[in-house]
Design a protein. Structure first.
Length: 72
C-alpha cells in the first residue's frame, strides 16, 4: 500500500482525523513493516514529514498531522 494512502486511512480512524507525527509513524510500522526498513527513527520521521508536506490531503501543524478539510 502506498504511504499517503495508508496515512489517510489511519488518520480517518482517529478522533478528529489527527495524530502526532511520531504516533502516525508507529501505526504505519504496525500496518506495513517495509515502509521504513533500513531507516533510523529520526530519518523515517523526516521522510514521512517531507512526503506529507508535499500533499494537499494533509495539514502539518508543527508535530501534528491532520487531514485537510475539503469543501464541495
Amino acid at each position: 500500500m502506498k504511504l499517503k494512502k495508508l496515512c489517510k486511512r489511519l488518520l480517518k480512524k482517529e478522533p478528529g482525523n489527527s495524530l502526532k507525527l511520531k504516533q502516525l509513524k508507529v501505526l504505519i510500522d504496525e500496518h506495513s513493516s517495509g515502509v521504513f526498513h533500513n531507516m533510523s527513527k529520526k530519518d523515517s520521521i523526516t521522510y514521512l514529514k517531507r512526503k506529507l508536506e508535499g500533499s494537499d490531503t494533509f495539514c502539518l501543524d508543527g508535530k501534528q498531522v491532520s487531514l485537510t478539510l475539503r469543501s464541495g
